[in-house]
Design a protein around this ligand. Structure first.
Ligand code: SF4
Length: 324
């Protein structure tokens, strides 16, 4: 399957440069695995505002109901500098399909940056977004954004990658700007949409069917709102079974009793967390190839993003994810 090449904003310390406050660099498996498949836009907000490497670390401090970014040793308040850089970056970065940011950072943390009661206070008042991350979240509230720590979780990673590649696919389609491309997009994603949210799938089908009521840009805008709603949260693992059974229905009459029984036994094993979804996907692909069913082969649910290396030990450790 051909995949688009998404643009992803990434914290530069995640394998691109030794730019942490102490000169460190961090290796992230998912950032490394994706490198041949995406266009990265690496950025280090703290270096960009001139703090240098190595540097005195900054921390978030709550005061007068506001969050300040302060350099601990010098007591320098760099809040305005950071906000100004972040806004300029967001305004100039162009189209992006997702962000992978360093967790727990006062700049890049998406939800787990510590905000303290004072510059020397040991007390954490809340966990919040870093200043750079906050600007990205405000500018792109529906975009796929995760930190490298959460992406170690298989379910979170699968949803993130599916959303990122879907966003890039949508951008390609919207750029082509033809009804034919929109219909093809809707058709190829039908079963993936079904796994995510059947109500939204129906609504989107209605929007496409009533295309004569809108001018094309309006049509795209309405469709896009439904798409964002659909991908706001991951699907239940069980909903993929429903979709795989639908697709199995295309071939079941042509299959032998033993092949049908084999499919049902793999469904059972998937339910029990013994095999991943890819085992079911592989069966569907095999039969779609045998019966030359291009409609099924073009469905994005078969391969929503490029196959990446996943450590089999990790699959085993997180096997409860696959259970319903
Ligand atoms: S977390 Fe963000 S600001 Fe901190 S070193 Fe990494 S890229 Fe730079």
């Amino acid at each position: 399957m051909r995949h688009p090449r998404p643009r992803i904003v990434v914290s530069r310390c995640l394998g691109f440069e030794h730019c942490r406050y102490n000169g460190d660099i961090i290796s992230s498996d998912v950032v490394n695995a994706l490198s041949g498949h995406v266009e990265y836009v690496p950025v280090c907000a703290e270096v960009e505002i001139g703090l240098g490497v190595p540097r005195n670390p900054v921390r978030l401090v709550r005061s007068d109901g506001e969050t300040h970014m302060v350099q601990r040793d010098t007591l320098r308040d760099v809040t305005k500098l950071m906000e100004s850089f972040s806004e300029t970056f967001v305004a100039s970065v162009g189209d992006i399909d997702g962000c992978i940011l360093k967790g727990r950072s006062p700049s890049c943390g998406l939800r787990d940056a510590k905000a303290y009661g004072g510059i020397e206070s040991p007390f954490v008042l809340e966990k919040t977004s870093g200043l750079f991350a906050r600007t990205l979240l405000d500018a792109h509230p529906t975009l796929a954004m995760e930190d490298e720590l959460r992406l170690k979780n298989i379910r979170i990673r699968e949803h993130f990658l599916t959303k990122v590649f879907m966003h890039a696919r949508y951008r390609e389609m919207a750029k082509a700007h033809t009804l034919k491309d929109l219909i093809a997009f809707h058709t190829q994603n039908k079963y993936l949409f079904m796994a995510y949210n059947q109500n939204e799938l129906r609504e989107m089908g209605r929007v496409v069917a009533n295309q004569h009521l809108y001018d094309f840009d309006e049509l795209l805008d309405i469709y896009r709102v439904h798409l964002d709603t659909m991908f706001a949260s991951p699907p239940r693992p069980g909903s993929y079974i429903n979709v795989m059974e639908h697709m199995f229905g295309y071939f079941s009459r042509e299959l032998s009793a033993r092949e049908r029984a084999h499919f049902l036994s793999i469904v059972k094993e998937y339910r029990e967390g013994l095999v991943p979804l890819s085992a079911l996907r592989a069966l569907i692909v095999t039969w779609a190839l045998r019966f030359e069913d291009d409609y099924v082969l073009e469905q994005t649910v078969i391969e929503p993003y490029p196959n990446l290396f996943i450590d089999p030990q990790e699959l085993y450790r997180q096997r409860d994810y696959w259970k319903e």
